[in-house]
Design a protein around this ligand. Sequence first.
Ligand code: ADP
Ligand code: MG
Length: 449
Amino acid sequence: MNNEELWQAVLAQIQLQISPASFATWFKNTRIASQKEGCVFVSVPNSFAREWFEQKYNKTIFKVLRELDNKTKEIKYEIGKPKTDTLKKIVPFSIENRQLEFQEFKIDKDTNLNPKYTFDSFIVGPFNELSQAAGWAVTKEPGLVYNPLFIYGGVGLGKTHLLQAIGNEVVKNFEDKKVKYIPTEKFVAEVISSIRNRETEKLKAKYQKVDVLIIDDVQFLTGKEKTQEEFFYIFNSLYEKNKQIIISSDRTPKSIPALTERLRSRFEGGMITDISFPELETRIAILKSKCQERKVEFSDEILNYIGSVVQRNIRELEGALNVLIAYQKLNNNAPDLKITKTLLKNLTLSPSRTVNAKKIIQIVADFYDLKEKDLLSISRKKEIVRPRQIAMFLLRRELKASFPFIGRRLGGKDHTTAIYAYEKIAKEVNKNENLGEEIKLIKQRLLYV
Ligand code: ADP
Ligand code: MG
């Protein structure tokens, strides 16, 4: 294993231990420059970063390095220019660097499709079969069956993979169809720059030519009115011409805040399917398929172990596998169960992964596009009251917190307010499908973030 592979393995581990934002900030442009007699020289971009690494991350990195290679004695940090951006290559699963993985493979410039994402490599289980089937149907008759196709689900559960697989399959089936995949953030940036350069007509014209438009993570249209207007226009003109539109989001159309009513009803006009959590058997099947792809082998005992401890999402499942692959390469030997447990203990024990009151409040606020202080305020606005009640409900359900505590925690409210909120949401959650979905998605985030 060379320095680069070793560093990738270290990063795969570190990523599980620190926040996505810190990871992206500090570990970008780092690499192992050289190694000498047990001393590993890590190159970082500037002196500020060096100091930060020495003081904050040294212990963590050292531990990880030693677990992978017990000849490691110390780490020295030096300032140097990176050859390539190191973060590109590891399997990212944080919100911030979610799109980075695409840079790893040859992405088609016209379609933005990454050939690595295919139906063949997409494992199907009860958790995603409806979405997969609808996607497959679309590739047979684009524009004619489910239009738009709207797929939603939490982070790292395969939305992008499926969307891209649909695109790749259409390209394969219909040579003359023009497919375009675009992450919503990129679309937003295009609209903004077209407005600045007075080129909105040109932008519209560009999208007129598309036969299959795939737009990923559409929840990022939240609050961006001008972009929504442009998108609405593009959507309609494609739709009227029976062009296929495929959309993904981390939530249902109803739950995307600040989405204009007309776009929402467009999104709801076609087929809506969800991707939920893979069950244990599917997780193991996915691991097996990834092993095949990577041409590595692990015993069933090990794969079962990974499958049973890594439950949150598929990206993390791949992250865990990467750690084991790195170990295997370095030591020329597959890890046994005991070593596997040590290597993956961060997945099970990391404190950042436990749920607490602060996290619930933050995530609920974030989900509804509010500030934390809005939830704690005394505002009686509907857009605030309801998320506040949901936060109270989750504090009770997830933490078994006492009602007086819940009231205090949400800006000094009375315990009767907390009881009322809890009962109201608890009653409604079974009846109101959309609320049920929202709560499910929020809970997924609680486990993930
Ligand atoms: P999302 O877009 O929902 O955040 P991704 O599509 O990026 O998730 O999936 C995360 C990782 O998990 C990717 O590497 C993807 O290939 C893998 N993955 C997701 N679902 C499956 C599946 N059903 N079978 C195999 N791999 C999957
Ligand atoms: Mg995605």
